[in-house]
Design a protein around this ligand. Structure first.
Ligand SMILES: NC(=O)c1ccc[n+]([C@@H]2O[C@H](COP(=O)([O-])OP(=O)(O)OC[C@H]3O[C@@H](n4cnc5c(N)ncnc54)[C@H](O)[C@@H]3O)[C@@H](O)[C@H]2O)c1
Length: 471
């Protein structure tokens, strides 16, 4: 097997393939690709047993064509500078595609969070935040972190508290980080946003005749057999929405193994079982697959890798049987796997926009924090009846059923979660259509990933073009 490229090289390889379909000069393309600012940190942690350990961490601001930079913070043993640069680059392209006015950033701390106590994790997070503050790598208008692999609302609250302690009285301070608990300025719907966005994006692709004819499947997600890799934040919520909208989750993989059930798995029950027993295996009514990776190679309509990068590569791509792959994780396919699967006619819905639900809803949270408004429930009481009438009239007028998010929004009034869901749905549907339109516009564009990169490069390129080059 040939030596694998690094993750950042893979991102740039995809970029280069797409850039041939754009009009931008080579120099500008090189600037768009480059990771502008890379912060490499080493700091000490005093562990609970009194010993000292050196912690390795990064924050990368990939681009500054818009501010602030935006991107999650990952806690994982695999973190290195290259990975964080790649993830930050993907954030730049992702934000451009979904028209979120941020540039890409990403952070990473090279730890396995399971090996540290809660107190130690808090110390690591707070020290990391203080380093970001000192180096001007965090702030509502500078760079705004969010959750990613291995982190969640708890860590975001620690970041907020550290930021506010070191910037007392700052009126917009809550906007320094997103994905916070709702009680700390977070927004309802952020936790499930990435998984819901994955669902909306895949559903829109599944509603497209051209794609479904190509892969030989009937229209719609209903009844489709789905496999999910990784039952974390993104995988769990993707599974939840696929099931809720009539698809069947036939297999779920975690790092310790994978389970299969032709009848379909309930992700909530699987999650509880894993919590109780410490393993996904031996779930009542399901069969254990021979290995975790076997799930990737099991027959299904839609495969959702929602764990980590490069899980589908040259060594296993030809055994993948899915007809559609929805890249919920960042970079789950290497370019070699991409080529093998494209040659087999598989439709791959690319990470750089499919998992944009998180950053889209983070944008809503950031706006909420800056505007100091509360997307409240007051309006709900006053508008409920009126909205029911609007719903009936809308269905009469258009002669078709309104979407579930529209229905929720209209029936229940301007509830925060409804606003978030409908905003997210509109964003994902428009982005999918824009990418499919570019893909269909030129037979030489090989796949959806290339089309998505073309959309992103054109938007970032236009920004540079209009702003001019300083000085
Ligand atoms: N959280 C977000 O809002 C968000 C947004 C955009 C993209 N993403 C991407 O989605 C992916 C998952 O992120 P997350 O936030 O859900 O992380 P998470 O930590 O909540 O969950 C990841 C899960 O994957 C499992 N896993 C790890 N290796 C595995 C393997 N080899 N096989 C099967 N399962 C494995 C882990 O045990 C964990 O349960 C990452 O690539 C991340 O960058 C996350």
């Amino acid at each position: 097997m040939a030596e694998q490229n690094s993750f950042f090289e893979n991102v740039n390889k995809n970029f280069d393939r797409a850039s041939q379909f754009t009009k931008w000069p080579q120099g500008l393309l090189e600037q768009i690709k480059a990771a502008n600012s890379v912060l490499r940190l080493r700091f000490p942690l005093k562990r609970d047993d009194g010993s000292l350990e050196v912690i390795e961490a990064y924050r990368v601001q990939h681009s500054h064509h818009k501010t602030p930079c935006k991107g999650g913070i990952r806690f994982s043993e695999n973190v290195d500078q290259d990975e964080v640069m790649a993830l930050a680059a993907l954030m730049t392209y992702k934000c451009a595609i979904v028209n979120v006015p941020f540039a890409g950033g990403k952070g990473g701390i090279k730890i396995n969070p399971k090996k540290y106590s809660e107190f130690e994790l808090q110390k690591i997070t707070r020290r990391y935040t203080s380093e970001l503050i000192k180096k001007n790598f965090i702030g509502p208008g500078i760079d705004v972190p969010a959750p990613d692999y291995g982190t969640g609302a708890r860590e975001m609250a620690w970041i907020l508290d550290t930021y506010m302690s070191m910037n007392p009285g700052m009126i917009d301070g809550a906007a320094c980080v997103t994905g916070k608990p709702v009680s700390q300025g977070g927004v309802r719907g952020r936790t499930e946003a990435t998984g819901l966005g994955v669902f909306y994006g895949v559903r829109e692709v599944c509603n497209t005749h051209k794609v479904m004819d190509k892969v030989g499947l009937s229209l719609g997600v209903e009844g489709k057999r789905v496999i999910i890799q990784g039952l974390g934040n993104v995988g769990f919520h993707s599974a939840k929405f696929f099931r809720a909208f009539g698809a069947k989750v036939v297999a779920i993989a975690e790092y310790e193994g994978a389970i299969y059930s032709e009848q379909g798995l309930n992700e909530e029950e699987v999650f509880k079982h894993r919590k109780k027993t410490g393993s996904i295996l031996n779930f009542p009514g399901a069969t254990n697959l021979p290995s975790s990776n076997a799930a990737l190679e099991t027959e299904c309509d839609i495969l959702i890798p929602a764990a980590l990068e490069s899980v589908i590569n040259e060594s296993n791509a030809d055994r993948v049987k899915a007809k559609i792959i929805g890249e919920a994780a960042n970079g789950p396919l290497t370019p070699e796997a991409d080529a093998i699967l494209n040659a087999k006619g598989v439709v791959i819905i690319p990470d750089m926009y499919l998992n944009a639900g998180g950053v889209t809803v983070s944008y809503f949270e950031w706006l909420k924090n800056l505007s100091h408004v509360r997307y409240g429930r007051m309006e709900k009481r006053f508008t409920e009846n009126m909205n029911k009438q609007i719903l009936a009239q809308l269905e009469d007028l258009t002669g078709k059923k309104v979407s579930s998010a529209e229905r929720a929004f209209i029936e229940h009034g301007a509830d925060e979660v409804d606003l978030v869901y409908s905003g997210l749905e509109e964003t994902m549907v428009s982005a999918t259509r824009e990418i499919l339109e570019v893909w269909n516009s030129n037979d030489a564009i090989p796949d959806m990933r290339t089309a998505a990169y073309i959309v992103a490069i054109n938007k970032v390129g236009t920004s540079y073009d209009e702003l001019g080059i300083f000085p």
